[in-house]
Design a protein around this ligand. Structure first.
Ligand code: XMP
Length: 506
């Protein structure tokens, strides 16, 4: 197990993902919450930070239980922190050092640099520089602009690097992490999807015993993988509920429900379309629509959960990015959880919670899903928002508008699949605009709806670029939509990126 101490860098999660890609388990802790018992950890990585070590409110944790006792790799701010506090000197650089640089290794006998090419490209992102190394430190590498690009404390397994090995632009970064974690710290590369499945299934068996568990399936990757894992552990005692809110893609409810049944899951499909549509009647404001859908879901799910006798647990598909306590750049963050009024909670929310995926990143959930034999198409699905088509119909929702958008979306998504573009796109969908425009069909003037198509590339949805889809594909798709979907006479393509736009229009 590897401990990653987070000083608030935007790259901290990336460090964790790279470590996991090496099949090594790691956990992120905020710098002000170092675990008291470190006996389970074999190595520590100190992350970067937006702070300057010289700033008064910068992270200055006590590392006395770590330094010299466990192998340490200090990255960027971490490297500066060690220098600043152990007799070195850190000062602002004349220019902010940002971007690619080439590493010149001085001590090539060091195991940290084994199998790393001379002049290997590394990624720099810092505005302070280490002017003097800390006591007993030996310089290991430089770049043309950064003299102290890497150092080691003599006689300790304490290493520090100014560049970011976790960023893809550091071409040998993963090798360096492997050198540190495997060669120097001796960690095992045993964190594989297979090992995770075995361990989790036995833990779930132990924890749950003969109790009953209820889980809401959404058709998405996380809830599906969570369900299959639980099913493996407790079989029929897992009760799955799949709610049709009437705002899913065309035929999605029927086909996904069918898939779930084929996987052997004990699943109940609940068609609550009318109830959702009723709750949405007359609502145009996006947040009000979201709230109405959320509340209706809770009511429907609660009704269904009551049908299961003596249920003890509620299972959720929570994943690691939702769990990590983030370090705020405005000082140590206190994550304030909203306090629910326990008396007013629906009954299922009072159940004990089980979250089998809470330590996994999204890419690991997919790998585990593959290990569990879940269909490739299901695992490769684009993300789809919980409120579904309701936030892609601008303005109020009616059954007719849902029908139109389902048809348009179907042509678009099926087209992406047929043209082998689906897997190149991170998320795609259609938006029904609340305007009509003039068109001509045959000899007749039409006055019908406009739809927008949206396709983006992204890694986590935080930023996104619109996808340069082939003109031919767009042309064909537009023709098919206008010819086939009654009520639409104009198709536009959204060419805005996030930021400043968002992925969804509402
Ligand atoms: P935005 O529009 O904020 O979307 O750029 C980023 C990602 O979040 C999804 N999204 C939602 N997912 N409930 C959800 O479950 C919501 O209310 C919601 N709003 C946006 C969106 O589809 C994209 O993947």
């Amino acid at each position: 197990n590897v401990l990653i101490l987070d000083f608030g860098s935007q790259y901290t999660q990336l460090i964790a993902r790279r470590v996991r890609e090496l099949n090594i388990y790691c956990e992120i802790y905020p710098y002000h919450k170092i675990p008291e018992d470190l006996s389970g950890f074999k190595a520590v990585i100190l992350s970067g930070s937006p702070f300057s070590v010289r700033a008064e409110d910068a992270p200055h944790p006590d590392l006395s239980q770590i330094r010299g006792k466990l192998p340490v790799l200090a990255v960027c701010y971490g490297a500066q922190y060690l220098a600043h506090f152990f007799g070195g000197k850190v000062e602002p650089s004349d220019t902010r050092e940002y971007g690619r640089a080439n590493l010149s290794v001085i001590k090539d006998a060091e195991p940290l640099f084994e199998n790393i090419k001379e002049n290997s490209q590394v990624w720099m992102s810092h505005s302070d520089s280490i002017i003097d190394l800390p006591e007993n430190a030996v310089r290991l590498a430089s770049t043309s602009d950064v003299l102290n690009a890497a150092y080691r404390i003599d006689g300790e397994d304490t290493f520090a690097i100014q560049f970011h090995p976790e960023v893809y632009h550091s071409t040998d970064g993963k090798q360096l992490l492997e050198n540190f974690l495997v060669k120097i710290a001796g960690t095992q590369q045993s964190w594989t999807p297979g090992a995770f499945v075995d361990l989790t299934v036995s833990e779930l068996k132990e924890k749950i015993g003969d109790d009953k568990v209820v889980l809401g399936l959404s058709g998405g990757v996380d809830s599906t993988v969570a369900a299959v894992l639980l099913h493996k552990a407790i079989g029929k005692n897992l009760y799955c509920i799949f709610v049709n809110n009437g705002l899913l893609r065309k035929n999605e409810f029927e086909s996904v429900l069918d898939q779930y049944k084929h996987m052997g899951l004990n699943v109940k499909g609940v068609d609550a379309s009318a109830r959702f549509l009723d709750a949405l009647k007359g609502l145009s404001d996006p947040e009000e629509k979201r709230k109405a859908i959320g509340n209706t879901f809770i009511e429907v799910f609660d009704d269904e959960a009551h049908e299961i006798k003596d249920v003890v647990y509620l299972a959720q598909g929570t994943i690691y990015p939702d769990v990590i306590e983030s370090v705020s750049v405005n000082g140590p963050s206190v994550t304030i959880k909203s306090h629910h009024n326990v008396g007013g909670l629906p009954d299922f929310m009072k159940l004990k919670v089980v979250e089998p995926l809470r330590m996994l990143f999204k890419d690991e959930v997919r790998r585990v899903g593959k290990e569990l034999g879940i269909d490739k198409e299901l695992l490769g699905r684009h993300p789809f928002p919980g409120p579904g088509l309701a936030i892609r119909i601008l303005g109020d929702i009616t059954a007719e508008k849902v029908r139109i958008l389902q048809e348009v979306d179907h042509v678009f998504i099926q087209g992406l699949r047929d043209w082998m573009l689906y897997d190149k796109v991170w998320q795609a969908g259609a938006i029904l605009l609340p305007i009509q425009s003039v068109g001509v069909m045959g000899d007749e003037r039409t006055y019908e709806q406009v739809v927008a198509l949206r396709a983006v590339e992204s890694t986590d949805g935080m930023t996104a670029d619109w996808v340069n889809l082939p003109y031919e594909f767009l042309q064909k798709t537009s023709n098919t939509i206008i010819n086939r979907v009654k009520g639409v006479n104009r198709v536009v393509y959204d060419i805005s990126s996030k930021p400043p736009a968002t992925i969804e229009w509402e």
